[in-house]
Design a protein around this ligand. Structure first.
Ligand SMILES: [Zn+2]
Length: 354
């Protein structure tokens, strides 16, 4: 197992708040940033960028597109997984060579699993990073994948299509979720910052990452950033629509770990950021569709289908790397009238990245 370094609070009171650097062991200086998300921009201008995460996903404003199937490989193998308190979250990794892979959907290449971690709130009424219709869920799991073509997770960070992060939402209920049994049972062993243990369930990774087949194709997707400094805008986000559940007691277990400042880590989510003209897409899981060509991800143009719009819009892709305008006929009618409206998007030509 790789050695895990201890985070620390500096003499200036700034904290090292970069779990990605910590776990990816980036060949860059350790970041020191202010602990409040509202101050991150003072130290990292990228945190003030136009493609920041998280966002509030408003269903009436999303653009529905039929992507190819999102594929998972190596997910159901058994994996030796390690759980760590890095002072900012509970993080789970595996160093098995047969790491889980994803491909398809809005991504045109294969991405390799790096780590997963959680975001939660001070109470069960909030905690997720992305919101849906301004609703905050009790917890959000992020499974981070890096683009295999770049050779390593470190190299992937230098490219604006370097990462894909799968987001899974959880709502607190009275019912215990057996998937979390091994995690919450062992969290008391990692209350100290930098402590880590081997999870005594080799299927925990597959249980957490692999949604059932129907839910796996039901997602929102958009271009965004890391939600911690330096807020690199290199992430294709894929947020599964269907929330899962976790009990109040299981969720409470996460709040007992210590943060880098020595207090309990009661919450660790970043507030939502401006959408700034970005399009949020939703994968069409119905059969009502017609063929067209489109893509929202960098790289080659992929053939997808486009179906009913859930809202009126002249959708404009503003990111320069997408360099394309998606024009959808203006619709002034209600969402219901859109059920019969089928629109074909033109072929989108993308400029190559980097
Ligand atoms: Zn995260």
């Amino acid at each position: 197992m790789k050695s895990l370094k201890q985070n620390s609070t500096t003499a200036t009171g700034f904290q090292e708040v970069y779990p990605y650097q910590f776990f990816l062991e980036l060949p860059v200086p350790r970041y020191q940033v202010r602990s409040s998300p509202s101050s991150w921009g003072d130290d990292y201008k990228t945190c003030l960028g136009k493609f920041q995460s998280p966002i509030d996903i408003r269903e009436k404003d999303v653009t529905t597109v039929s992507f190819t199937q999102l594929e998972f490989s190596n997910v159901n193998n058994s994996h030796t997984a390690y759980m760590t308190n890095n002072g900012h979250t509970v993080m789970i990794q595996s160093f098995d060579p047969n790491a889980p892979l994803i491909s398809g959907g809005p991504i045109n290449d294969t991405y390799v699993f790096q780590q997963l971690h959680f975001h939660w709130g001070q109470n069960d009424n909030l905690g997720s990073e992305d919101l849906i219709n301004n609703h905050s869920f009790s917890m959000e799991l992020h499974a981070v994948f890096w683009k295999k073509d770049y050779g390593s997770s470190e190299a992937a960070l230098k490219h604006d299509d370097g990462l894909t992060v799968l987001g899974y939402l959880y709502q607190a209920t009275d019912k215990s979720n057996p998937v979390f049994d091994s995690i919450t049972w062992q969290i008391p062993d990692i209350t100290g910052v930098g402590s880590n243990i081997t999870i005594n369930d080799t299927s925990v990774l597959s249980k957490l990452i692999a949604p059932d087949l129907a839910s796996a194709q039901n997602y929102f997707t958009y271009r965004g950033s890391l939600t911690t400094p330096p807020c690199l805008e290199i992430v294709q986000w894929i947020d599964f629509v269907q929330p899962q559940y976790i009990s109040h007691e299981q969720l409470a277990a996460f709040r007992i770990i210590q943060s880098t400042d020595g207090t309990n880590l009661t919450h660790n989510f970043r507030p939502v950021q401006p959408l700034d003209g970005r399009i949020v897409y939703r994968n069409n899981v119905t059969t009502e569709s017609t063929s067209a060509s489109s893509t929202v991800m960098s790289g080659t143009v992929s053939t997808t289908t486009v179906s009913k719009q859930t809202t009126s819009s002249t959708a404009k892709a503003t990111k320069e790397s997408e360099a394309t305008t998606i024009t959808v006929p203006e619709q002034s009618n209600s969402e219901n009238s859109m059920d019969t409206f089928v629109v074909m998007l033109g072929i989108i030509f993308l400029l190559p990245h980097q």
